[in-house]
Design a protein around this ligand. Sequence first.
Ligand code: TXA
Ligand code: MG
Length: 336
Amino acid sequence: VDNSSLLEDKAPEIEEAALWIKNGEVVAFPTETVYGLGANALDEKAIQSIFTAKGRPSDNPLIVHIAKESQLDDLVEEIPATAQSLMEVFWPGPLSIIFKRKEGIAPSVTAGLSTVAIRMPDHPVALRLLEEAGVPVAAPSANLSGKPSPTTAAHVFHDLNRKIAGIVDGGPTGVGLESTVIDCSEGTPILYRPGGITKEQIEEIIGPIDVDPALASAGEAPKSPGMKYTHYSPAGILYLVDNRENISNYVHEAKKAGSRVGVLTTEENADAYDADVVIACGKRNDLATVAMSLYKSLRSFDEEKVEVIFAETFAKEGLGIAIMNRLEKAAESKRL
Ligand code: TXA
Ligand code: MG
């Protein structure tokens, strides 16, 4: 494959992309959450290429994607009852489940851990690609490490052009935030990363679960290696502002100091601000729309060369927990 070719030449059909994966290449593809950067999970060399393309720290394990539950047999030691119940309800869907792993998975996929995260994506293109490839496909989000996850093929192209074999374009993704990650490998399941499936939805199926203490307090070391890294960061400095009445003042001050200023808001309040760039990220009364456009909105500030961004915040309930988790990481916890 000619890695210097343009996007048009690098938008393969599903069959072609599946062939590339079988041949040890790295291909971006859509899922219902965000675009993933996929390679054969059994091929160590192919997996190394994912880490290289993204600039991803090697201690951060990948999620393995499957199209059929029977693929689990070769990947995991056992399927605990909790995992079985969650799979029945939420697969295919935005829930990654951590199991005790078997040998055979490329070592870099699990970053040396004895567990592996697995999910079945709920996207027709992803499922067909996985079926055609016939191998489990390890796939992190298809962004450069540290940047917002890609929700369109154009985002992937922006970050990874010339670094990967190609991008399967399936249009914008629906959920917009990465999958929920839950560890079912031992005893009471533990929520590691909030996402499209909420804690309440999970507890409705399997009863009370634990939550990684690191999700509540910044001082704790997260149990999921990826959760400790800076993430989703726009190039400008991002501040979260709980009281949005104060945003206009901050905008005024930052403009006076000579900065190009942005505000991240929602459609309800978009007219309230006099910043250089005001981006409305969905509707506050429908958090699914906020989740869907959050990363695109963060990327837009970069395109507009915004230097300082003030963002409204959301109540930490339901999907708001996942949204605030990503915003707090993007802001590196800077709050006004
Ligand atoms: O929605 C998604 O999950 C997307 C799409 C492409 O499927 N993928 C994704 O992958 O977000 P990534 O690599 O960006 O995030 C994977 C997260 C990281 O925080 C990683 O540390 C955690 O899952 N993880 C993976 N395997 C793990 C394991 N065995 N133990 C603990 N955490 C694990
Ligand atoms: Mg990621």
